[in-house]
Design a protein around this ligand. Structure first.
Ligand SMILES: NC(=O)c1ccc[n+]([C@@H]2O[C@H](COP(=O)([O-])OP(=O)(O)OC[C@H]3O[C@@H](n4cnc5c(N)ncnc54)[C@H](O)[C@@H]3O)[C@@H](O)[C@H]2O)c1
Length: 360
């Protein structure tokens, strides 16, 4: 593992307060903090760095303001006022993939509102930068950072995880949310569309987990009590088949196989792995985009018998939900809070569908 990543993780995991601090990397010790810096030798192993920080924290009653590692640089404590009086996720470092828009953006907003630090990872740089800038404006500078991410590429996923460590000193929560949908029947959907949906929704989840796990395991070695979470944003289509939408449903079903298998492999590293299976987010761009949204597509394709307008299509799909509305990002974020706070569960799929899909 890269020396920088190893050192950054050791510094944060050593500062064993009940709420972990966040450290940002600088190439030099800031002059005003030089006298109080905890200095560590260039050769110190990760566990030795964590121990030095732990001893300092116990002695001083608070984590060091700056940890200088010879030949590498300085990790500077980044204290921020909490966004509310009792934040549920203070300083939890979360990478949310596909967070430039839609559900991912909404989840990132809710997590930031509860004190989390967010890495917004997305293929769409313009929208992703805007999302991160909005989060920083609403919840304070240093809340969010954008990184260009293609979840179908392992090197890109590794760079995004490394960026979480560079910006915030670690990674506590991976929300694997990036996804695409290409609907179509067996004779219509071409192989390229099937491959794209599978690459993003199924393989992309594996690649993000593969990129994150070395960091999460290194954190576990430095602080064995620290709990970490991987949450896949799956779908109700991961729980029951979806007519003329098999590429999507197949990849989502497969995602639950990955969730359960990763959960078994990672439980001894204090990493929980769960999925959330949302119902339809009618107000998001996937459904409501005026040009390419599913309401427009389904109207044009005549998928809903007798529907003459987008509103007719929407009413048809809404009527299928016992609670008579689509899901919202807050509904999903509440499931994220539950999974993060619930220490005694892993390998599960939590439906958030307004009663549309019930577990058997
Ligand atoms: N919208 C719904 O009704 C609904 C319902 C259930 C589950 N979901 C799931 O929620 C997740 C988000 O869906 P959404 O509706 O917000 O979608 P969306 O299309 O609004 O947003 C998806 C985001 O993912 C990004 N993305 C696409 N390919 C990527 C890649 N290769 N690498 C990185 N980023 C990429 C896009 O740029 C976009 O910002 C998906 O996994 C989807 O399957 C959505």
């Amino acid at each position: 593992m890269d020396r920088f990543i190893e050192a950054a993780i050791a510094v944060r995991m050593g500062a064993s307060e009940s709420v972990l601090p966040v450290y940002a990397f600088q190439s030099k010790v800031p002059a005003r903090l030089a006298a109080s810096a905890l200095r560590v030798s260039a050769k110190a192993a990760a566990t030795a760095i964590a121990d030095a920080v732990r001893r300092h924290t116990a002695r001083a009653g608070r984590p060091p303001a700056v940890v200088a590692i010879a030949g590498l640089g300085a990790f500077v404590l980044d204290r921020r006022p909490a966004p509310n009086a009792r934040p549920r996720l203070p300083n939890v470092v979360a990478l949310v993939t596909g967070a430039a828009q839609g559900l991912g953006r909404g989840i990132a907003e809710e997590l930031a509102g509860e004190g989390a630090r967010i890495v917004v990872g997305d293929l769409n740089a313009a929208a992703g930068e805007t999302t991160a800038a909005d989060l920083n404006r609403r919840f304070g500078a240093g809340t969010a950072h954008f990184v260009t991410l293609n979840v179908t590429n392992l090197v890109s996923a590794q760079a995004a995880c490394a960026e979480a460590v560079r910006r915030f000193g670690g990674l506590d929560l991976l929300v694997s949310n990036a996804g695409v949908l290409k609907a179509g029947g067996i004779e219509d959907l071409d192989e390229a569309a099937f491959d794209l949906v599978t690459a993003v929704n199924y393989k992309g989840f594996f690649l993000c987990v593969k990129a994150a796990v070395p960091i999460l395991r290194a954190q576990h070695r430095c602080q064995p009590r620290h709990t970490m979470d991987i949450i896949q944003i799956n779908s109700k289509s991961g729980l029951e088949g979806s007519n003329r939408n098999f590429a999507y449903a197949g990849g989502k079903f497969g995602g639950l196989g990955l969730v359960q298998s990763f959960a078994l492999e990672l439980v001894s590293d204090h990493i929980k792995v769960n999925a959330i299976c949302p119902g339809n987010f009618f107000d998001g761009p996937l459904w409501s985009d005026p040009k390419q949204g599913l309401f427009v597509q389904y109207l044009k394709a005549g998928k809903v018998k007798g529907a003459k307008t987008v509103a007719d299509v929407r009413a048809f799909y809404t009527s299928k939900v016992p609670m008579n509305r689509g899901v919202t990002p807050l509904d999903i974020a509440r499931a994220v809070f539950y999974l993060r706070e619930q220490a005694y569960e892993t390998g599960q799929a939590v439906p958030v569908t307004g009663g549309q899909v019930m577990l058997k």
